[in-house]
Structure formats: structure tokens, C-alpha cells
Design a protein around this ligand. Structure first.
Ligand code: BGC
Length: 405
């Protein structure tokens, strides 16, 4: 017998995207420069890859197709949307604002607002203006004041449309991939810089929280944090269990503790399972596995949410999704995660909304255009959007404000 799990009447049902991944022609950003650098191109070619598959180019051409995309969001019966505004477009040169770019976002946001869509705006989703990166990026302390100035500009320009502000997307992932693992620009392997970047991001978040509240005491400012479930490889091993606990604490709580309660809500980005086999942590393949090799583990989101609930703030699930070109897994992925989210809510987690990653197929950072996370499939030659079957399933959930289990 099936059961219907109802969500609260004001629950936010949304989809999430980020500017660089969908807009296209983000030519003044550090990522664009890196994607076109001779070194990166040579490296891709040496692996037999075709460089344009790893260059954002027109991405999903959302800068042009934004009206159509607003219709797609409405068509999913969503009442919310999470996106980011691109710092490199809005401040193409140090201290110079592009009013046309701001106007473009305002038009898009107004269209969404007029359709009853609540907006979550991220101020920094990994990419920097090239000029800021050339001046040292997040490893330089002046990026803090520059980013604060940008946040104040964005607040002035988009405040009337924005319900929730996310200062930074996944700061720990960013710092690790860009400054420890050397995978993302500026491709460093330096523990000291890694810590410096985290410190600067924490500092920037805290200042922005205060500045935006000084402008509007009721504004909602938070952060989108990638939190993960760490399970012991051998359940019977005390060492593995203790190491799993410690990894969870370090990865999930350390950064948030440093924010000193300066957030009105917490954003959770949740994707996959980690298994811990002392002294290693790996995203081992277990159960259903996505096109990126990530193990799907919906049970984990309940535990991660209950842990996050200890901070005593409302939670938005700012990202949750799966790379699944053939759309075999996405429906079950959504159903499973919503089931465990609902359970966490019954146990006290104050979850206010769910944003599926992603509305459309998009540019997946160093993985290029291969992984397909979209509820809508994008044809990268014509930019035609086509609903995958899971899009219709999600639209039903949003409409019914709940799921059939
Ligand atoms: C990021 C997105 C990314 C997604 C899938 C998250 O870590 O915020 O930008 O596309 O994961 O990898």
C-alpha cells in the first residue's frame, strides 16, 4: 500500500543552477581564462580529450534563453529558484559596475517574481572576475573587502526580488579543489594557502552578514555548505567508526562553527556516500552509482540534516541531484531523498525547502559537458531544452506538495 508524505504548506520547491555553468560567454572570469589557457588545453589534448568539451563556451546559453528557462521553472510547478549572479559580469573591472548586466538580471528576477517564484541568490559560486583572481583571488586578504563591496552592490540591485542570500557556495570544496588538490584554478597544492582561503572566506561571510543586516534587519543571509555522510567501511571496526565520526565533524562542522552563528539559515548541498576505512576516506562504489561514479545514498541526508539541525537555524536544501544522462536513476533518486528529508523533518530538522540540482544540463566544471544533471536535457548545438521523464515526476511532487511512497 502506498503512503502519501505531505510537506508543510509553505514548503519551497525549487531547482538550482549557477551562472558560469549555464549562462555562457563568461569571458571576464578566471574560469574562462583557465579553460582557454595553453597549459590546460595541452593537458586535455595529451589525454586524448577534445578541449571545447571542457570549455564553458555558450554553456546552456541561458543569458539568451532566460525567458524560456523561467517558463521551464514555472512548468515544473516550482515556487522557488536558486541561481547565482556573476561577479565578473557585474564588476568587469575593479570598481566598475556594468549597469546593463545588472538590468539583465533584474529583468529575469522580476519575471520570476511576477510568476510567484521565490528567489535564492548566491553571490559567489566558485568563479571570480579575472582581475580579482590576478590580484591573488581568495588567497589575498583584499579579496575580502572587494567581495564585500560586490555583495553590497548586488544587495542594492536585487534586494527587492531576493528572499534568501547565499554568500558562498561550498567554500570548503572550492578551497580543497583549487588550493590543495590542484584540480581547479589556480591549481595550487599548498596547505597554507588552503587555510588562508578558508579564513578569508569565513571573514568575508561574517562581514557580509553584518553589512546586509545593517541595511535590512529582516534580510536572510546564509551559506551553501557541502555536507557529507561518512560511514564506517567495517561497521564492526571501532577505529573505522571513530574515524568516520571525526571525518564528519571536521568536514561538516568545522567551517560552520567558525561562522559564529552569523547565518539566518543554512544551505545544504548533499550528493553521495563516503566510506571510511582508517586512514582513508573514499567515495566507494556501493548500490546505485551515478555517471560520475558517485554512490547514491539517500539515507545519509537524514543523518546530515539532523546533524545540521543542531545549529538551530532553518535549513534549505540548496542542492541535491544526480549525473544521469539516461535518466534511469533520477526519479528514484528524488523519491529516496525526499523520503529521508521528510523523516528528518519529522524528527525535528527545520527544512524550509528543496532545490533540485539542476534545472538544466550544464557545464560541470573540470568535468566539462559530459555529466548530465538536468531535469531538462540540453542539446548543446541548438540549445533546445527537452524535459526528461524525471522532470514530469518532479513537477507532480511540486504540485502535490508531497510524494507517494
Ligand atoms: C556544485 C555544483 C556542481 C554540483 C555537481 C556542487 O558541488 O555546487 O556547481 O555542479 O555539485 O557536481
Amino acid at each position: 500500500m502506498s503512503e502519501f508524505l505531505q510537506f508543510p504548506s509553505n514548503f519551497l520547491w525549487g531547482v538550482a543552477t549557477s551562472a558560469h555553468q549555464i549562462e555562457g560567454d563568461n569571458t571576464l572570469s578566471d574560469w574562462w581564462a583557465w579553460e582557454h589557457s595553453p597549459l590546460r588545453i595541452k593537458k586535455l589534448e595529451s589525454k586524448g580529450a577534445y578541449p571545447p568539451d571542457f570549455q564553458s563556451g555558450k554553456a546552456a546559453d541561458h543569458w539568451v534563453h532566460w525567458k524560456e528557462d523561467s517558463e521551464l521553472i514555472k512548468g515544473l510547478n516550482c515556487n522557488a529558484y536558486r541561481c547565482s549572479v556573476e561577479w565578473a559580469r557585474l564588476e568587469p573591472r575593479d570598481g566598475e559596475w556594468d549597469v546593463n548586466a545588472a538590468e539583465h538580471y533584474r529583468k529575469e528576477f522580476k519575471t520570476l517574481q511576477d510568476s510567484g517564484i521565490r528567489l535564492v541568490v548566491t553571490l559567489n559560486h566558485f568563479t571570480l572576475p579575472l582581475w580579482a583572481a590576478q590580484k591573488g583571488g581568495w588567497a589575498h586578504k583584499d579579496t575580502v573587502s572587494r567581495f564585500v563591496r560586490f555583495a553590497e552592490f548586488a544587495f542594492g540591485a536585487f534586494q527587492e526580488f531576493t528572499d534568501y542570500w547565499v554568500t558562498l557556495n561550498e567554500p570548503v570544496i572550492y578551497a580543497a579543489k583549487s588550493y590543495l588538490q590542484g584540480e581547479w584554478p589556480p591549481q595550487k597544492h599548498n596547505f597554507f594557502l588552503f587555510l588562508t582561503v578558508l579564513r578569508n572566506q569565513i571573514w568575508a561571510h561574517r562581514v557580509i552578514f553584518q553589512r546586509l543586516h545593517a541595511k535590512d534587519v529582516y534580510c536572510q543571509v546564509g551559506i551553501a555548505k557541502n555536507n557529507q555522510f561518512f560511514g564506517a567501511f567495517h561497521e564492526g571496526s571501532k577505529v573505522d567508526r571513530a574515524f568516520a565520526l571525526a571525518s564528519g565533524f571536521l568536514w561538516n562542522r568545522w567551517f560552520l562553527n567558525k561562522l559564529g552563528q552569523k547565518f539566518d539559515f543554512l544551505g545544504l548541498n548533499y550528493y553521495f556516500l563516503n566510506r571510511v576505512h582508517f586512514p582513508f576516506v573514499s567515495s566507494i562504489k556501493e548500490g546505485f552509482v551515478s555517471d560520475l561514479g558517485w554512490s547514491i545514498y539517500p539515507q545519509g541526508i537524514e543523518k546530515v540534516l539532523l546533524d545540521l539541525a543542531r545549529f538551530g537555524r532553518p535549513i534549505l536544501i540548496t542542492e541535491n541531484g544526480v549525473a544521469d544522462r539516461e535518466d534511469h536513476l533520477r526519479k528514484e533518486f528524488i523519491r529516496g531523498h525526499l523520503y529521508y528529508i521528510h523523516r528528518a523533518m519529522q524528527k525535528g530538522a527545520n527544512v524550509k525547502g528543496y532545490f533540485h540540482w539542476s534545472l538544466l544540463d550544464n557545464f560541470e566544471w573540470s568535468e566539462g559537458f559530459g555529466p548530465r544533471f538536468g531535469l531538462y536535457e540540453v542539446d548543446y548545438n541548438t540549445f533546445e531544452r527537452k524535459a526528461r521523464p524525471s522532470a514530469l515526476y518532479y513537477a507532480q511532487i511540486c504540485k502535490n506538495n508531497g510524494i507517494e511512497i
